[in-house]
Design a protein around this ligand. Structure first.
Ligand code: SAH
Length: 364
């Protein structure tokens, strides 16, 4: 018997299509969406405006499956982390960052990551596959279930958890469509952000199918340094990446900017010269800059710069006219900060084994 269709994995187009395949009119898909996301209903039998035969078919062939929550932790600063079993003992993590007036959810898109950026602990885990769209949406469902207890909900979503969303393109599109759809979570496109290390062909494709907000994990102003920190730069160097960024910014129109993320590492990419080069490099990209002081993890080989260096870096960019935010570390007491999400991946690349051997060697 084929496995049931997980309704969380279908966006408006997918649901309309499903109903057409059942010999129904597409608007039935929209009716279903409203029951699910506006009424919070998961019992097909109670969806009374759908024909009885359709309800029966859905009961037999569709489901609302959420991954199992294997751990839930709350930091002393209010940050929450879910550890989810997405099958086969693979674990991924989701982080909720409550701030005044907003609840930002940091969502994972893959089980581990194949990009192996030198300063990110997720990369050390290796890669074990893509998350289905349903499990990306499920992270939002779980967070909203928890927030409903205090009459709140997720206000902003960033695909900045584990994985590279643009290497799981279809699922990332479906999930962000559901997040932005008025019949579902209804978040404004300004409040849903895909973050990428720079998969250039996918950035180009993005403009054809969505106008979700885009963040670029840049971290270095020159190819030499970026090749070292973000290895995918060897395939798609800065000139290509920035060209794709300019095009996507054009696509968004003059009033929406890209976000450039820059993780600051002591003595690596945090000098005044780096700030100057960065300001120069981004001259004709409509963007704002997010500085993230490096979050340490065992045997990473990197350190966080001291606050004077961070301040100097930020000031230089601001003087050059860039809106430059400093991302404060949240949830580090529960290992929920940027770059600290490790989950647990059945690693086929053996990257994790090599990494753990290095950690052990460094400890003796
Ligand atoms: N693959 C995507 C999304 C995941 S990374 C991307 O690269 O954008 C999300 C953000 O966390 C990136 O900007 C990344 O550079 C940052 N990050 C990773 N490890 C970090 C660390 N140890 N300290 C601070 N930021 C880190």
């Amino acid at each position: 018997m084929p496995s049931p269709i997980n309704i969380y994995g279908l966006d408006r187009t997918g649901l309309e299509q499903l109903f057409v395949e059942l010999g129904q009119k597409p608007f039935r898909g929209r009716q279903l969406m409203k029951w699910v996301y506006h009424q919070g209903l998961t019992d097909f039998a109670a969806m009374t405006d759908l024909p009885r035969s359709v309800r029966e078919w859905l009961q037999d062939n569709a489901c609302f499956e959420l991954p199992e929550v294997t751990a839930f932790r709350v930091s002393k600063d209010g940050t929450c982390k879910w550890v989810l079993d997405v099958g086969d003992n693979n674990l991924v993590e989701t982080v909720l960052i409550p701030e005044k007036g907003r609840n930002t959810l940091c969502v994972s898109s893959q089980v581990g990551c194949m990009l192996d950026c030198s300063f990110c602990s997720t990369g050390k885990q290796g890669f074990n596959g893509n998350l289905p769209a349903a499990y990306i949406v499920a992270q939002m469902v779980l967070a909203n279930q928890m927030l409903a207890e205090r009459n709140e909900r997720v206000t902003n979503v960033v695909l900045m958890g584990m994985g590279e969303p643009l290497l799981n393109f279809e699922a990332a599109m479906t999930a962000t469509n559901v997040m932005m759809d008025d019949l579902a979570f209804g978040l404004s496109k300004r409040r849903v952000t895909i973050s990428t290390a720079g998969v250039v062909p996918a950035i180009e494709k993005l403009a054809e199918v969505t106008d979700v907000s885009l963040a670029i994990s840049l971290h270095a102003p020159t190819d030499d340094l970026r090749n070292e920190l973000v290895p995918i730069n060897r395939k798609y160097p800065l000139a290509q990446l920035l060209k794709a960024c300019r095009r996507y910014a054009d696509h968004l129109g003059g009033h929406r900017k890209l976000v450039i993320e820059y993780t600051l590492m002591k003595g690596v990419n945090d000098s005044k010269q780096h700030a100057k080069d960065l300001a120069e490099l981004l001259r004709d990209i409509p963007c704002k800059i997010n500085l993230i002081p490096f979050n340490p993890f065992p045997a990473s080989g990197y350190e966080q710069p001291d606050s004077a260096a961070v301040y100097q870096f930020q000031t230089h960019l601001m003087k050059r006219g860039y809106t430059t935010m400093l991302r404060t570390t949240r949830g580090d007491d529960i290992n929920a900060a940027c770059g600290q999400l490790v989950g647990q991946v059945k690693d086929r690349t053996k990257r994790q084994t090599r990494y753990l051997a290095r950690v052990k060697a460094a400890a003796v």
